[in-house]
Write a new protein. Structure first.
Length: 275
């Protein structure tokens, strides 16, 4: 397998692994109404661990998540998606690096549990610890607020990507004619974007209250939705949205265009130095 083939394998296995995690989270969100556990990433992986051959399956998911992280780094640094070299393009690529960092903890948790290595903290504990650390820094509350604004920005981008079907530019030609699959992708991205808006709001409130414990995650966002008027209906729509986003990851694994890194700009820079 050549380098481009290995990169494509990393990308597709990564999208599939992320999709599986979100499908499991959606399942937990549905079961939580009947007394199940918290619908978050780590709890979803625990479900896998408890199944026959759970360690093997969890290890494969962990490997897939590592592939997703490496692919995100390649997207950001090597510009595999051919983003423009302007402010918007650099912001998108910076967001891809943040995405890679976000999934690092989840991949470590998956591999740690699969191999009984004992590393990888719970999602809520890890979030509170690094949020508390940020609070202790100079201008800490403003840093936490900045994180909240970044999450809100990512949520808006995800929702817009779903509504405007911006994902189509990265999919194989003719995919726009697959009506059902497009509906799943659009709804999944929109739902995840809305949930990001809620999570970002939690971080801004944590900064305002100077209390890192107020920085909620996915499970907290879903719990907040459930408390709203018509909360049961909205919660159900959110759970379906998470399931749709999980399917979106599996659809990406099949239909996304994975391009090799573009070396044109680095080569031009080298030539300019030599000349």
């Amino acid at each position: 397998m050549d380098k481009d083939g290995k990169l494509e394998w990393l990308a597709r296995s990564g999208y599939a692994a992320r999709g599986i995690v979100y499908v499991l989270i959606a399942g937990m969100a549905s079961l939580s109404t009947l007394g199940g556990g918290e619908p978050d990433s780590n709890s979803a992986l625990q479900i896998v661990l408890e199944q026959p051959f759970g360690q093997i399956w969890l290890g494969l998911i962990g490997i897939g998540l590592i592939g997703f992280i490496l692919w995100r780094v390649a997207q950001a640094i090597l510009n595999t998606d051919r983003h423009q070299h302007n402010t918007k393009g650099y912001l998108v690529r910076a967001g891809l690096l943040v995405s890679a960092a976000t999934y690092t903890g989840l991949a470590a948790y998956a591999m740690g549990q699969a191999l009984h290595l004992g590393f990888g903290a719970g999602s809520s504990g890890a979030r509170e610890s690094w949020t508390a650390w940020l609070m202790q820094q100079p201008f800490g509350r403003y840093l936490v607020a900045g994180v909240g604004l970044a999450i809100i920005g990512a949520g808006c981008a995800q929702a817009a990507k779903g509504i405007k079907r911006g994902y189509l530019r990265f999919f194989e030609s003719g995919f726009e004619q697959r009506t059902v699959l497009n509906g799943i992708c659009a709804y999944g991205l929109l739902a995840r974007g809305v949930i990001f808006l809620i999570i970002g709001g939690f971080f801004i409130y944590a900064a305002f209250a100077v209390d890192p414990n107020q920085a909620g995650g996915l499970a907290d966002a879903l719990a907040w939705v459930r408390q709203l008027p018509f909360g049961a209906v909205l919660y159900g729509l959110a759970a379906i949205g998470l399931f749709a986003f999980g399917l979106y990851g599996l659809i990406e694994a099949r239909y996304r265009i994975v391009q090799p890194p573009s070396m044109d700009r680095p080569l031009r820079a080298m030539r300019s130095v030599v000349n």
